[in-house]
Design a binder for this molecule. Structure first.
Ligand code: 5AD
Length: 454
C-alpha cells in the first residue's frame, strides 16, 4: 500500500519539486511507480500559470476520484501551485481529494501521507482532508524543499531561488510561489558539488527570476552581481561541464552577465530570455520594466560576445488591449531576434492579477491567429538554424536511449536535441557528433570516432 505515482504539470521548477518529493518519499520507504494503474497514492503536482493547466489537473483529479469506487483505499493529493492558489476551495468540486499541499510545504508530504495511511490501517475514518498552504516560517533564506535526488542523472536542475516580487500584471506566480527568497550561495555550491560527484555533468540553475538571485543577501563585487558570482562558483566545480539557467528577467540582464558568456566557457551559449511582448505600450501595461529597444540591445550584446548564441523566449499573445499594431511590433521583434525556441502563450485571465480586471479582452480567434503567425516564424527560423548545422560536428552530452530504445539522445550546448546511435557506456559522456540531417526540432547524426576508418 505504499506505491506512489506522481504526475507533474507545468514548468521545470515543478519537475524538480516532484523529484524532491519522490526522493523524500523513497527515504520514508515509499515506492515510486511509473505506471499510474499500479499506485496506492496518486499525487498531482500542479500548475496555475494558465487556466488550461488548472483545468487539466482538475479533470485528472476528478477522474482519479472515480477510481476510488473500485479502490477505496486510494489516496489522492494535489500539490504545488494550484493547491496554493485555490486551497480548500478545491474540495468543493473534488471531495475525494485527501491532501492539498502548497508550494512551501512539499517537505511535509511524507508526514501527511504517513498519517493518512496510519489512520486507514487503524480503520479510523479519515474525516477532513488535510490542507496545508501556509507560508513556511523563516523561509526567507532557507528553502527546505531542495533535497537532492538520488537517481542517476546526467543533467540536474538546482533551485537557487523561489518566488517573485515583480508583479507582472498577467502573472499568478507571486501568489503561488510567494515572495522572492534566495538560497545561500554555499548551499547551492555544495549541492552542485555533490551532484558532480554523483556523475552530473550539466547544471541548470532554476528560479522564477534568477537575475535577482541574492540581491538582498549579497553585494555586488567589482560590478559583478550575486547571480554572476554564483555562476562563477559553480563554474569552478570539477566535473560540471555545462551551466544553464532559467529564467532571467530582461531588467536584470546587465553587462556583467553578458560578459560572463565571454569568460566562462562552461556557460552554454543558449539563453532563454522572456520577451512577453514587443510593443512598448503593452510591456508597460504588463508592468514589464523594459522597452523593445532595450530587449533588442541585450540580444545583440549577447550575439556580439557569442556569435553562435541560441535564443529562446516566452511570448504572450492577446494581452488585454493588444491591437494589430502592438502585435505587429511583437511580430517584427520576434522575427528579428531569430529564436531557436519559443514558448508562445495565448493570454489567459488569472483571477487576482491586475490584468484580470482590464477591459478590452482579445477574442480567441485573434489570439489563435497571432499564435500561428509567431509559430510559423519560429518554424522557419529554427529550421534554418538547424539546417545550417548539417555537416558540422557538435559536442553532445549523451543522456540515454530514446523512448523506443532504438537510438540514443542527448543535447548540444545550444540545447538542440540530438539523436544518434551509441553505446550505453557513453551515457554521461561528451561525444562529437557529425550532424547528418536536421528537422525543426532535432539533429540526427553519427558519432565521430577519431582514428577509426569509416
Ligand atoms: N496567460 C498566458 N501566459 C502567461 N504566462 C504567465 N502568465 C500568463 C497568463 N496569464 C506565461 C509567460 C511566462 C510563462 C511561464 O507563462 O510568458 O513567462
Amino acid at each position: 500500500m505504499n506505491r506512489v505515482y506522481i504526475k507533474t504539470y507545468g514548468c521545470q521548477m515543478n519537475e524538480r519539486d516532484s523529484d524532491a518529493v519522490a526522493a523524500m518519499l523513497r527515504n520514508r520507504g515509499y515506492r515510486i511507480v511509473s505506471d499510474e494503474a499500479e499506485c496506492d497514492i496518486m499525487l498531482l503536482n500542479t500548475c496555475s500559470v494558465r487556466d488550461a493547466a488548472e483545468q487539466k489537473a482538475i479533470g485528472k483529479a476528478g477522474h482519479v476520484g472515480k477510481r476510488r469506487r473500485k479502490q477505496p483505499d486510494l489516496v489522492i493529493g494535489i500539490l504545488g501551485c494550484m493547491a496554493q492558489n485555490r486551497g480548500a476551495e478545491l474540495l468543493d468540486s473534488l471531495p475525494d481529494v485527501d491532501l492539498i499541499v502548497g508550494t512551501q510545504k512539499f517537505h511535509q508530504v511524507p508526514d501527511y501521507l504517513d498519517n493518512i495511511r496510519a489512520a486507514r490501517d487503524a480503520g479510523v475514518p479519515l474525516g477532513e482532508s488535510i490542507v496545508d498552504i501556509d507560508e513556511e516560517e523563516d523561509s526567507q533564506n532557507t528553502i527546505r524543499d531542495h533535497l537532492e535526488t538520488e537517481t542517476a542523472q546526467i543533467s540536474a536542475f538546482v533551485s537557487i531561488q523561489q518566488g517573485c516580487n515583480m508583479d507582472c500584471h498577467f502573472c499568478i506566480v507571486p501568489k503561488t510561489r510567494g515572495d522572492e527568497r534566495s538560497r545561500p550561495m554555499e548551499d547551492i555550491v555544495a549541492e552542485c558539488r555533490n551532484l558532480a560527484a554523483k556523475g552530473v555533468r550539466e547544471i541548470t540553475l532554476l528560479g522564477q527570476i534568477v537575475t535577482s538571485y541574492g540581491r538582498r543577501d549579497y553585494v555586488h563585487t567589482n560590478g559583478v552581481s550575486p547571480f554572476v558570482q554564483l555562476i562563477e562558483k559553480v563554474h569552478e566545480i570539477d566535473g560540471i561541464e555545462r551551466i544553464r539557467f532559467t529564467s532571467p528577467h530582461p531588467r536584470g540582464f546587465k553587462q556583467d552577465l553578458v560578459e560572463a558568456y565571454g569568460r566562462l566557457p562552461k556557460l552554454c551559449e543558449y539563453v532563454h530570455l522572456p520577451m512577453q511582448s514587443g510593443s512598448n505600450r503593452i510591456l508597460k501595461a504588463m508592468n514589464r520594466p523594459y522597452s523593445r529597444e532595450r530587449y533588442r540591445e541585450i540580444v545583440d550584446a549577447l550575439r556580439t560576445v557569442r556569435p553562435d548564441m541560441y535564443f529562446s523566449t516566452d511570448i504572450i499573445v492577446g494581452f488585454p488591449g493588444e491591437s494589430d499594431e502592438d502585435f505587429e511590433q511583437t511580430r517584427q521583434l520576434f522575427e528579428a531576434c531569430n529564436y531557436d525556441m519559443a514558448y508562445i502563450f495565448k493570454y489567459s485571465i488569472r483571477s487576482g492579477t491586475v490584468a484580470a480586471d482590464l477591459g478590452d479582452q482579445i477574442s480567441e480567434e485573434v489570439k489563435e491567429h497571432r499564435n500561428q503567425v509567431l509559430l510559423e516564424i519560429l518554424r522557419k527560423n529554427s529550421g534554418a538554424r538547424n539546417e545550417s548545422l548539417v555537416g558540422t560536428v557538435q559536442e553532445v552530452l549523451v543522456e540515454g536511449p530514446d523512448k523506443k530504445g532504438l537510438h540514443f539522445t542527448g543535447r548540444t550546448r545550444g540545447n538542440r536535441v540530438a539523436i544518434f546511435d551509441a553505446d550505453p557506456r557513453l551515457v554521461g559522456h561528451f561525444v562529437p557528433m557529425h550532424v547528418d540531417r536536421a528537422t525543426v526540432s532535432s539533429l540526427y547524426g553519427s558519432l565521430v570516432l577519431s582514428g577509426v576508418e569509416n
